[in-house]
Design a protein around this ligand. Structure first.
Ligand code: WQD
Length: 338
């Protein structure tokens, strides 16, 4: 079985990708420093795939341990790199934590990967690089705007580092720009585990639905959108995970058309906050208490993906709907609070 290294493999998207790698016949090797995940996620993965994947607790900020890890795992066919800090607000408060954790670690991994025969690299990027794009839906050649946060900047810098490195090494890379990852594995054995008060909409909604939070604050209903609330492209995490497997297979089978390729990963459909609330009430059969408050600093009006390139070139298409995403997120919330 071909081995694929999954950094941050106990995280939200990483854990779901480990499951889909198994389903596609790969052996995932997980490294994670458990700073934003729990070792229990490994048990959840085991309950889904029937065995515990190879896991090593490792902090990628420690260059020597990255070096020794790659020295031990000679035959890795590729790396899917999720490990990074990703809270926009925290990145504003503590930029150096983000530049160290998201940039240094990327450099250390690429320094080791470039020495491998097979140097296939999948990078977890974000639609945040587009800022507020002029045109909807957003295509991959939409201009990259000045980052609105150090977090967003680390994604832009990461893409630039990878692009420069592929030009002069044997590394081939695919940059995956996620829209809004939501939902949970249908088994409810793994899902999103926000620490503290959720920043993101869906976990806040499910925690409100279960009674952990009193009411949802809707950040602004004065946007230039049909119902005044902001629009996003909510993509089921299982669809997103499958895209990573397709991308890794593309590089392993040398189907890539250039040394670095970029793909938007979304559903292609935009949903407003109020539409998400309505959909959640439908799938949960609960009335969701919410109030309209002021806009959140740094939020954009609208972002949803043009998925033509991912559909036609990468050969991947999201299949799960917003309601399926919300139903899986709700099932997960009920499971972890039971
Ligand atoms: C979605 C919408 C909020 C919470 C962020 C990162 C992005 C990516 C995904 C990492 C917005 C509104 C939210 C709440 C609300 N993360 N909202 N009340 O901001 O689109 O993207 O997460 O890669 O990089 O920027 O996601 O879920 O925080 O917000 O009204 O309590 O829900 O204003 O319109 P966002 P989000």
């Amino acid at each position: 079985m071909k081995k694929v290294l999954v950094t941050g493999g106990l995280g939200f998207i990483g854990s779901h990708t480990v499951v889909e790698l198994h389903n596609a016949g790969f052996e995932a090797i997980i490294i994670d420093n458990l700073s934003n995940s729990s070792i229990n996620v490994l048990d959840g993965i085991e309950r889904i795939i029937g065995y515990k994947p190879n896991f090593e607790e490792l902090d990628l900020r420690d260059k020597a341990s990255v070096k020794s890890f790659f020295g031990k795992h000679i035959d890795v066919a590729g790396v899917i790199h999720f490990a990074a800090s990703k809270a926009v607000g925290e990145s504003v408060e503590n930029p150096l934590l983000y530049y160290e954790n998201n940039i240094n670690t990327l450099v250390y991994i690429l320094q080791e990967l470039q020495q491998k025969e097979e140097a296939n690299f999948i990078f977890s990027s974000s639609c945040t690089v587009y800022g507020q794009a002029e045109k909807m839906p957003i295509t991959e050649n939409a201009s990259v705007q000045p980052a609105m946060s150090p977090y967003g900047n680390t994604k832009q810098i990461g893409e630039e580092i990878i692009t420069d490195v592929t030009k002069v090494t044997n590394i081939n890379a695919i940059l995956l720009r996620y829209f809004n990852p939501v939902g949970a594995h249908p088994s409810a054995e793994i899902g999103e585990l926000p620490i503290g008060v959720p920043q993101n909409l869906i976990p806040y909604i499910t925690q409100t639905g279960i009674g952990l939070r009193q009411e949802l604050s809707v950040y602004g209903d004065d946007y230039p959108t049909p119902d005044g609330t902001a629009i996003r492209d909510y993509i089921h995490v299982v669809d997103l995970a499958k895209a990573h497997v397709v991308a890794m297979e593309r590089l392993i089978n040398k189907k890539n058309l250039s040394k670095v390729e970029t793909f938007n990963l979304g559903t292609g459909t935009g949903s407003s906050v109020l539409e998400v609330i309505t959909a959640f009430e439908k799938v949960s059969d609960k009335k969701l208490p919410y109030k309209i408050v002021g806009r959140r600093e740094g939020d954009i009006t609208s972002a949803y993906a043009n998925t033509d390139k991912a559909n036609e070139i990468l050969g991947w298409k999201a299949s799960l709907t917003l309601e399926e995403s919300l139903a899986s997120a709700w099932k997960w919330e009920q499971k972890i609070r039971s």
